[in-house]
Design a protein around this ligand. Structure first.
Ligand code: FO1
Length: 317
């Protein structure tokens, strides 16, 4: 069964690791947010693509969820000495990936091609697609002005107030080759438990993606990233609140109601089941926090189970 997953970074990659153990990873295509991408020190950095690749390769720093295991930060120290920006923690080993990606892009490769070369070098069997080959930086309007998402997240540690989220240039961008085709042909589509506003939001904002998902709504299963009114990972809760969305599973379900047929919510939020079902979404209640490898595999099995069920219902009707 060919599965497509829409993914951000750390939260998504935990579930993806579960999938890679519970199914043939060659049947998995991951469409990754690139709104977080930035250029620093002349290097093209794609945090979410790297988080997904390193995680599936078993090479991610397990504590942070980003960067490489056992990395050191000597180059960053020297960049600091030179008076260069050093708020974004680029590890020495991780730098090799950014140098390689930048060189490939400079010699004419697309981001899709560079991403494929990197995941092959790490021996990752799943297909990893950037959402677009064109940069679509996510900008955050705050009280100090409009800044790049990474500046909001890392430099300002999410302490500024989010007034607006801008996907810069998204109207002119196109989904990367294979993105719409993968959505159209997959047996099942998973929306990972990533930030709905700044991880899944940029993918959905690309011309044609939302419509492609709407056409497959019955086969789309999302895992809720909000549990008990809090983010599983990152600033989703804070951002939802500041932009006046409900910080609940129901609030996220409303954002996804046109594209998602099944929503997996946590046992803590079971009381919201009926209100979510009233949106025309089927609800599955499970333990969704992923701390251990067993948690990741259990949730992956639950998602695959829901997808199988929808595929069978589709075949029967
Ligand atoms: N996240 C941080 O919170 N602080 C960092 O200094 C940081 C550095 C970094 C370097 C490379 C990389 O691939 C990711 C990095 N991240 C860092 C994580 C990343 O910025 C975010 O988690 C994602 O963009 C959100 O999905």
């Amino acid at each position: 069964m060919e599965i497509v997953a829409l993914a951000g970074g750390v939260g998504a990659s935990k579930l993806l690791l579960g999938f890679s153990r519970e199914m043939d990873p060659r049947a998995l295509t991951v469409i990754v947010n690139t709104g977080d991408d930035l250029v620093l020190h002349g290097l093209a950095i794609s945090p979410d693509l790297d988080i997904v690749t390193y995680t599936l390769a078993g090479a991610v720093n397990p504590k942070a969820g980003w960067g490489l295991r056992s990395d050191t930060f000597t180059a960053l120290e020297i960049l600091r000495r030179y008076g260069r920006e050093h708020w974004f923690n680029l590890g020495d080993r991780d730098l090799a990936t950014h140098i390689h990606r930048t060189a490939l892009l400079r010699s004419g490769s697309t981001l899709s091609e560079a991403t494929d070369a990197i995941r092959r070098a790490w021996g990752v069997a799943a297909r990893i697609l950037p959402m677009s080959d064109r940069p679509v930086p996510t900008l955050i309007r705050t009280e100090i002005g409009t800044i790049h998402f990474q500046e909001y997240l890392v430099k300002h540690r999410t302490e500024l107030t989010v007034e607006e989220i801008i996907f810069d240039g998204v109207e002119e961008a196109r989904p990367a080759p294979g993105v719409l085709e993968a959505i159209a042909s997959a047996a099942g589509i998973v929306v990972c438990p990533s930030n709905p506003l700044i991880s899944i939001g940029p993918i959905l904002a690309l011309p044609g993606v939302r419509e492609a998902l709407r056409n497959r709504r019955e086969r789309v299963v999302a895992v809720c990233p909000i549990v008990g009114g809090k983010s599983l990972k990152g600033p989703s809760d804070k951002m939802l609140k500041q932009l006046r969305y409900d910080v609940t599973a129901l609030g996220v379900a409303r954002l996804y109601s046109d594209v998602v047929g099944t929503f997996i919510i946590d046992v803590q939020d079971a009381a919201q089941q009926q209100s979510i079902e009233a949106l025309g979404i089927q609800v599955v209640v499970r333990a969704t926090t992923m701390r251990t490898p067993a948690d990741k595999e259990r949730l992956a099995r639950a998602v695959l189970g829901a997808l199988h069920q929808r595929a069978q219902a589709g075949a029967a009707s």
